[in-house]
Ligand binder design. Structure first.
Ligand code: ADP
Length: 397
């Protein structure tokens, strides 16, 4: 390496550290890497060599961006290399996929049309300063990108325009906000009712013994509803904390299902439902967490009894034949669930019929908890339902 390349490399690395200090790690790694590599990858300017250090003539470079291009070719994020007028020198396949192909030499605005992104590019081309902006692409699917432009200074100047897909992050942000709003709403309703009854008991019904008994009964129900909700929220949050750790204790599903059915027998009796068990005599082992699996089958069988009450029977079947996954299906003969609701049943607070769920003491979190537990167990919940013919919820391990 000549002294000039050494100096270029040092300046490149200094730029890398500067970019690292100013931006996120991914941008820094990519943009800084390119900046640092550019002096090595790009041709040197001709200079007069000192007499004692005769430099052989540099080989003619036909494609000065060749190495940079190949560095970005397999990169997941869309990348454009631009000249100082904003014309495209290179577009990687991810950029062609996300924004459509562009001919080299065409202006970047042929593909990037968001005014905020174009303003950022214009500003960077004029001042040489880096910039970033969040944009939304409407087609083909709505994606949210963080666009960033960085000037790569070497023997050839060019600009690196990178798009980082942050759609998933934004979707999770939105889910969190919705979740907090829903949870507050669910808690606010019983709280408002409690406040109303307290005011009535302190005011107009102060001396009414019958009203006292009636209202205190309703208040107790509301308090129970709030604690059910808080318990379910705590369950969800605990499950989220250990979502990535798969349970590894061998659990025998046959007795577990038997004891869940026994525990739910009084509820089923009250509802006039018979729980029929089809469980093999021999052990059926899966790797799991006994308490969590109990919670899964409690939720599914309880739902089948509550929502499928009019079918009068619920069949719980454990099947474990060789060469097939272990499955537990819970089948009811109730009214069934209209097709459009089925994919959303495991969303938090999603209910087909809010009134019916509330009257059956539902929190709207049961199936969300089931899904979380099954994800941790690397198992799936398959829901089949037909209006008028009941529903089958199958857990497949
Ligand atoms: P909830 O606490 O409301 O029961 P879940 O998450 O357990 O909440 O269930 C979500 C919704 O799915 C219920 O409100 C109900 O509308 C519907 N659902 C669940 N299981 C059944 C079933 N076996 N038959 C009909 N609808 C069901």
């Amino acid at each position: 390496m000549t002294w000039r390349r050494g100096i270029h490399l040092l300046t490149g690395l200094a730029a890398f550290i500067l970019v690292l200090a100013m931006s996120g790690p991914i941008w820094a790694a990519v943009a800084g890497g390119v900046v640092a590599l550019a002096p090595i990858l790009l041709p040197e300017r001709r200079s007069v060599a000192p007499a004692a250090d005769i430099i052989p003539p540099a080989p003619p470079e036909t494609d000065p961006l060749g190495m940079v291009r190949s560095a970005f070719a397999n990169f997941d994020s869309p990348v454009f290399l631009l000249d100082d007028e904003g014309n495209v020198l290179y577009q990687n396949p991810a950029a062609a996929h996300a924004f459509g192909s562009v001919q080299n030499g065409q202006h970047v605005s042929a593909r990037i049309r968001q005014p905020a992104a174009l303003d950022m590019i214009r500003e960077a081309l004029a001042t040489g300063k880096s910039g970033s902006v969040e944009i939304v692409t409407p087609m083909p699917a709505e994606n949210v990108y963080m666009a960033r432009i960085v000037r790569a200074v070497g023997n050839a100047d060019f600009f690196v325009l990178i798009f980082r897909d942050i759609s998933e992050t934004r979707r999770i942000d939105r889910m969190r906000t919705d979740f907090v709003a829903n949870a507050s709403h669910e808690l606010r309703t019983p709280l408002a009712s409690l406040r109303g009854f307290i005011e009535t008991l302190q005011g107009p019904a102060r001396n009414d013994q019958r009203a006292h008994e009636k209202f205190l009964g309703i208040m107790a129900e509301q308090v129970t509803r709030m604690s059910r909700l808080v318990d379910d929220l705590m369950s969800l949050s605990r499950l989220e904390l250990k979502a990535k750790v798969a349970p590894d204790v061998a659990v025998d599903l046959a007795p577990l299902i038997g004891s869940v059915c026994d525990a739910l027998a009084p509820l089923a009796d009250d509802l006039g439902v018979e729980i029929i068990q089809n469980v093999p005599d021999e052990p059926v082992l899966v790797a799991g967490d006994r308490d969590e699996l109990t919670q899964v089958f409690e939720n599914l069988i309880e739902n089948a009894c509550k929502y499928g009450q009019e079918g009068k029977r619920v069949e719980v079947t454990l099947s474990a034949s060789k060469g097939h996954p272990v499955e537990v299906s819970v089948r009811d003969h109730g009214p069934g669930i209209p097709e459009e609701h089925v994919p959303r049943l495991t969303e938090r607070f999603y209910r087909v019929n809010v009134e019916s769920s509330l009257s059956k003491k539902g929190t709207g979190l049961g199936l969300a908890i089931v899904k979380h537990i099954l994800t941790r167990h690397r198992a799936r919940l398959v829901i089949r339902s037909e209006v008028g013919d009941g529903s089958t919820f199958t857990v497949r391990f």
